[in-house]
Design a protein around this ligand. Structure first.
Ligand SMILES: *Cc1c(COP(=O)(O)O)cnc(C)c1O
Length: 253
C-alpha cells in the first residue's frame, strides 16, 4: 500500500540534501570567482569536478539539480553502480564522469567503456591496456597523465619532482602519441597534505612548469589541462593555473 507519510519524509530528506549542497556550491563558486579575479582568469576556463565518491545517488542528483555536470569517482565498481542507478534520472543532458583514482589494469575495460575522462593515467602499461579497450569507443578516451611532483613514495603517478629528469620523462610520455584510442589532454597531480593551503603552491607551480616543458618537448600532444586542487587547496591551485579542480568535501559535507 502507498504510504504517503513515508513518501513525504523522503521528499523532505531530498529538500534538505539539496539545500545543503546548494549552499555549499554557492560558497565554492564564490571562492572560485575570487581566485579567478586574483589571477586574472575566467571562471569559464575552469571545470569544476564534483567528487562524488562515497556519496549517494540522491546527493549526486541534488548537485546535478544545482547545475553540476561533472562528477569524479575513484573506484570503477562504484562508478558502474552509479551510472546504472542514475542513467534514466537526468532531467537534461547526461553529466560527464571522471575517473580520478588509481586504476588497476584489469579494470581498464570497464573504465574505458564508462568514463568520459580518466585523470589517473600513471604508467605506460596502463596506457597500453586502456588503448586496446578504448578502441571500442566512438571517440578516443580523454586522459590526463598523473604526476608525482612531491617525491612522496606512497603516491601513484610518473616521477616528476626533479626537473633534471623531465627530459627523460618527456621521452617516455612521447610514446603516448602511439596510443591511437587515447587522447592525452594534460596533467593531473595531488598535492601533499600540508598545514596551510599556501604550502601546496610549489607543487602546483611545478606541475605547470612541467606542462610548459612538455609543450616544447612533446609537441604531438595537446597539453592543455591541469587537474589540480581539492577542497583544502583549490584556490591556490587556480592561482597557479589549474584548469580542472576536483572538489568533494566542500560540496557534499
Ligand atoms: C577524494 C579525492 C578528491 C577530493 O577531495 P576533497 O578533499 O574531498 O575535495 C580529489 N582528487 C582525488 C584523486 C580524490 O581521491
Amino acid at each position: 500500500m502507498y504510504n504517503s507519510k513515508a513518501a513525504g519524509s523522503v521528499e523532505l530528506t531530498m529538500d534538505l540534501i539539496r539545500e545543503r549542497i546548494a549552499q555549499n556550491l554557492a560558497l565554492v563558486e564564490q571562492r572560485l570567482a575570487g581566485a579567478c579575479d586574483r589571477s586574472g582568469r575566467k571562471r569559464t576556463d575552469i571545470t569544476l569536478v564534483a567528487v562524488s565518491k562515497t556519496r549517494s545517488p540522491e546527493e549526486i542528483l541534488a548537485a546535478y539539480a544545482c547545475g553540476v555536470r561533472h562528477f569524479g569517482e575513484n573506484r570503477v565498481e562504484e562508478l558502474q553502480a552509479k551510472v546504472a542507478a542514475l542513467s534514466r534520472l537526468w532531467s537534461a543532458e547526461q553529466p560527464e564522469w571522471h575517473m580520478i583514482g588509481h586504476l588497476q589494469s584489469r579494470k581498464a575495460r570497464e573504465a574505458a567503456a564508462l568514463c568520459d575522462m580518466l585523470h589517473s593515467l600513471d604508467s605506460l602499461a596502463l596506457a597500453g591496456k586502456l588503448d586496446r579497450q578504448a578502441s571500442q569507443r566512438a571517440l578516443p578516451l580523454p586522459v590526463l597523465v598523473e604526476c608525482n611532483v612531491s617525491h612522496e613514495m606512497s603516491k601513484y603517478g610518473f616521477s616528476a619532482w626533479d626537473p633534471d629528469a623531465w627530459p627523460t620523462l618527456a621521452v617516455e610520455l612521447g610514446r603516448l602519441v602511439e596510443s591511437a584510442h587515447l587522447s592525452v589532454r594534460g596533467l593531473m597531480t595531488m598535492a601533499p597534505i600540508v598545514a596551510e593551503p599556501h604550502d601546496a603552491r610549489q607543487y602546483f607551480s611545478r606541475l605547470r612548469g612541467l606542462r610548459e616543458f612538455l609543450r616544447q618537448a612533446v609537441p604531438g600532444i595537446g597539453w592543455h589541462e591541469l587537474s589540480m586542487g581539492m577542497t583544502d587547496d583549490y584556490e591556490v591551485a587556480i592561482e597557479e593555473g589549474a584548469t580542472m579542480v576536483r572538489i568533494g568535501r566542500a560540496i557534499f559535507n
